[in-house]
Design a protein around this ligand. Sequence first.
Ligand code: CS2
Ligand code: MG
Length: 401
Amino acid sequence: MKIVDASVVVTSPGRNFVTLKITTDDGVTGLGDATLNGRELAVVSYLRDHVAPLLIGLDPHRIEDTWQSLYRGAYWRRGPVTMAAIAAVDVALWDIKAKVANLPLYQLLGGASRDRVRTYGHASGRDAPELFDSVRARLEQGYQSIRIQTGIPGLQRVYGVGGEPDALPDGRVRPLVEDWDTGAYLRHMPSVFEAVRNEFGPELPLLHDAHHRLTPLQAARLGKDLEPYDLFWLEDCTPAENQEGLRLVRSHTTTPLAIGEVFNSIHDFRTLVNEQLIDYVRAAVTHFGGVSPIRKLFDFAAQQQIKSAIHGPEDISPVGMAAAIHLDLAIHNFGIQEYAGYTAATDEVFRHAYTFTDGHLHPGEAPGLGVELDEELAAAHPYAPAYLPVNRLADGTVHDW
Ligand code: CS2
Ligand code: MG
């Protein structure tokens, strides 16, 4: 069996997605997600110009060898663009292997370790009444664990609470500028969780994403202040490139910690895992080099009783989401799966076998990943330039977003 084609499809059914499609000489196709939010076309070029020509003629069954040759052969290791491109190849090859075996991918990963995959959804609001409505809407959709993001008094636009990017008069898009004030945030958050607990009771699992904004000392304080509200986790409390900084956070709080959606290699987690400084690893299949390396990360994390929590925002395509759900079902140290859901237009372009019921996902029993890309429909949604927001303090200084 040989690879005869590797093509890249860019589509924007509401937001941009990049998909690699690999075709073999006997007509089997595999899909891989290569979406890197806000920098999509860099990965398109990496795949089209540098990777696709190398794939032609290879045996698609040699997944590990292909992964190692793309990783080591590039010489320039790691980084989100490289690892998203390698991930797309890895996932597409797993899709092909599982289709040839006529098995859903999770069966090749060891089979099911559970019956279904627990998820969490996103609730947000500018103030308490809006936030409560949002929590209720998620509960009605079936979610049983909920991430809480909220407006901060005195700030106009903050992470997770919406806002549209400004268009320039000539039609060009520029990043949305959000506001930040760490002091106001730290003063406000405990009262938000107190109000949510009073409204929804002690049992509902609640999560919160600090989105890389705090120093270790500030994160330690927030973790401590939120302890009475029994969070499922506090996510990305610091930027965490400084892995050692988490020692300080950890030694001051028992609030569980989740980190890693922007990481793209096992080395980014080494100190965090070895010293058990976190409770959940947040890597995305799409940005971590695919199913092969993230499986190794989860096995590494399991040695320290750390669980998985695969990144699953709207900007991971349904292809990346399907890969995540197969892994979630198969690995033993599964924690929780983020599932933000998709627009109807996205679900039409990417028809999928996975299902969402009562707050749980299941990958379905279709051979492979169980996702089909409707290329005709995809072409009807052309690429739309878009950026992630930029965060600024009151005096104009750029802050971590
Ligand atoms: C977030 C993401 O899902 C999350 O936890 O942190 O929404 C993140 O902001 C986006 O994936 C960035 O592209
Ligand atoms: Mg996050």
